[in-house]
Ligand binder design. Structure first.
Ligand code: NAI
Length: 337
């Protein structure tokens, strides 16, 4: 039976990388009916809203979306499309596998870890106000429910993927109540999963340790703000934003998207690296139960990178987005021929 998936190309480089990801996924032969939706600039132009109700409806109905990046205008106006999507669909877990890829120059070899980030609370609740002129207050909200649920997600993922340990990052020495609650919840969930190792680390120490030796980490569990920052640090460990895939997962829907943004500086020039969204597509295939196809996408991507000829500019090459797309599609077709 086929799958229905919402496809949101987004704006900036979004349409270019989404086109590549769709072509690669279609080349696996998995039957997918794409339900296209407009988010970001095209949606503002058409409907006056970067995230119209039709997009929510498409994701709610299909349960799965592949999403290109969307520009967030700075200053007033529209709220971030990504924050709105995560809140409205309660996509509480952000998952980012971070792996070294052959042919992508990095400082460390054999990096293979997963960042699990709480996506709905903390300082990103967006609760700010002016107390008196010149004094602004931001609220950092943690709930036991959200902390328990993200910890459970991390341990379940570790168990499912045969990973050895979960490392919870915190700053409970300073934020004793919020980060303290986060740790209490992590410990309670760790006690329910004695087969998975558990350790705690201050988030500043984590950053240093990741730069020194990322291979000692396996699943790293963080609240929202720390997770956002550490995710980009980890992207830098394996070749940058162009190669790291991601997923935002909730109980009823999952949205698969690259870590990078809409890269307006290179949009429309066939320069964008599509690998991050293609690998997000592999995560999506796994989520849909298409494990063999997911493995084939990763293998074809790895083979193209290892051959070393076809790489975009961010990886030191001169290939275009469409060259990478065509090479991976050809590798997939060759593997099935
Ligand atoms: P960005 O990730 O778009 O770009 C940062 C730098 O990385 C730029 O020099 C860009 O050219 C390069 N880059 C990013 N992705 C690339 C790719 N696939 N291939 C080659 N080079 C790539 O971050 P920036 O500039 O901070 O944000 C631009 C816009 O994207 C903002 O409006 C931001 O809010 C939005 N954004 C959207 C996200 C999403 O929709 N998930 C995530 C992050 C940012």
């Amino acid at each position: 039976m086929g799958h229905r998936v919402a496809l949101l190309p987004g704006d900036g480089i979004g349409p270019e990388v989404a086109d590549a990801a769709r072509a690669v996924i279609d080349a696996t032969g998995v039957a997918i009916e794409w339900v296209e939706g407009a988010a970001g600039r095209p949606a503002i132009e058409r409907e006056g809203d970067p995230l119209p109700e039709s997009v929510f409806a498409a994701i709610r109905e299909t349960g799965t979306a592949l999403k290109g990046p969307v520009t967030t205008p700075i200053g007033g106006g529209f709220q971030s499309v990504n924050v709105r999507l995560r809140k409205a669909l309660d996509l509480y877990a952000s998952v980012r596998p971070v792996r070294t890829m052959p042919g992508v120059p990095t400082r460390h070899e054999r990096v293979d870890l997963v960042i699990v980030r709480e996506n709905t609370e903390g300082l990103y609740a967006g609760l700010e106000h002016e107390v008196v002129p010149g004094v602004i207050e931001t609220l950092k909200i943690f709930t036991e429910k959200a902390c328990l649920r993200i910890a459970e997600y991390a341990f379940t993922l570790a168990r499912r993927d045969g990973r050895r340990k979960v490392t919870a990052a915190h700053k409970a020495s300073i934020m004793k109540m919020t980060d303290g609650l986060f740790l209490d919840c992590c410990r309670a969930v760790a006690a329910r999963h004695p087969d998975v190792g558990y350790e705690e680390i201050a988030v500043d120490t984590l950053c240093m340790e990741l730069v020194l030796d990322p291979t000692r980490f396996d699943v790293v569990l963080l609240e929202n703000l720390y997770g956002d920052i550490v995710s980009d640090l980890c992207a830098g460990l394996v070749g940058g934003l162009g190669v790291v895939p991601g997923a935002n997962v909730g109980a009823h829907a999952a949205v698969f998207e690259a870590v990078h943004g809409s890269a307006p500086d290179i949009a429309g020039k066939n320069l964008a690296n599509p690998l991050a969204l293609i690998l997000s597509g592999a995560l999506m295939l796994r989520h849909l139960g298409e494990h063999a196809a997911a493995t084939r996408v990763v293998d074809a991507t790895t083979a193209v990178l290892a051959a070393g000829r076809i790489r975009t500019r961010d990886l030191g090459g001169s290939a275009g987005t469409t060259d990478v797309r065509d090479a991976i599609v050809a590798a997939l077709r060759g593997a099935t021929a």
